[in-house]
Design a protein around this ligand. Structure first.
Ligand SMILES: Cc1cc2nc3c(=O)[nH]c(=O)nc-3n(C[C@H](O)[C@H](O)[C@H](O)COP(=O)(O)O)c2cc1C
Length: 155
């Protein structure tokens, strides 16, 4: 029984978060870390949990992540969780634009909703990890926060 972590990443930040989550879970579980481009063939029938991560782009996941999740059928209501990376609102100028970005929503909540619609059982609230600009880097402490979030998934 493996935990499968599927992610997309354009600039590498979401990949870093996915790797940190996988490393934390590997302390106690078998983990498969899979870029979304290679995920379609993965058999989930024996998976313990599916974790899906994406950068937030235009308030939503990348098209590859959306296509992947929309194409899934949960074999027997297996556990799942979603995360994203997103801009730190403090770094967005002018300030009124922060409201627009925040109101638009984020990838993780959309992935979580899609997973539920496809029969997965959400294991924890989705999580967003902050980057300081479009290309990153991740804010200080976000890798540790990702590991802490991963622990809640198997608690
Ligand atoms: C075209 C584009 C759209 C974006 N849209 C959003 C958005 O709606 N909300 C947000 O918080 N960040 C947005 N961002 C910032 C991304 O979330 C950021 O580039 C991403 O977290 C970096 O992850 P990656 O290194 O894995 O690609 C956008 C970035 C790009 C390039």
């Amino acid at each position: 029984m493996a935990i499968v972590v599927v992610y997309d990443s354009i600039f590498g930040n979401t990949a870093q978060v996915a790797k940190a989550i996988a490393a934390e879970l590997e302390l106690t579980h078998t983990v498969k870390l899979v870029p979304v481009g290679e995920a379609r063939g993965i058999d989930l029938s024996d998976a313990e949990m599916l974790i899906v991560g994406s950068p937030t782009r235009g308030f939503r996941p990348t098209p590859l992540v959306s296509e992947y999740v929309e194409g899934l059928e949960a074999p027997s209501g297996i556990a799942a969780a979603a995360f994203d990376t997103r801009l730190d609102l403090e770094t967005i100028h002018p300030a009124p634009l922060r409201w627009v970005v925040d109101a638009g929503g984020y990838a993780a909540e959309r992935i979580a909703a899609m997973l539920e619609r496809h029969g997965f059982v959400l294991k924890a609230p989705s999580a967003g990890f902050l980057v300081g600009g479009t290309e990153g880097p991740l804010n200080a402490g976000e890798i540790e926060r990702a590991k802490a979030w991963a622990k809640t998934l198997i608690a």
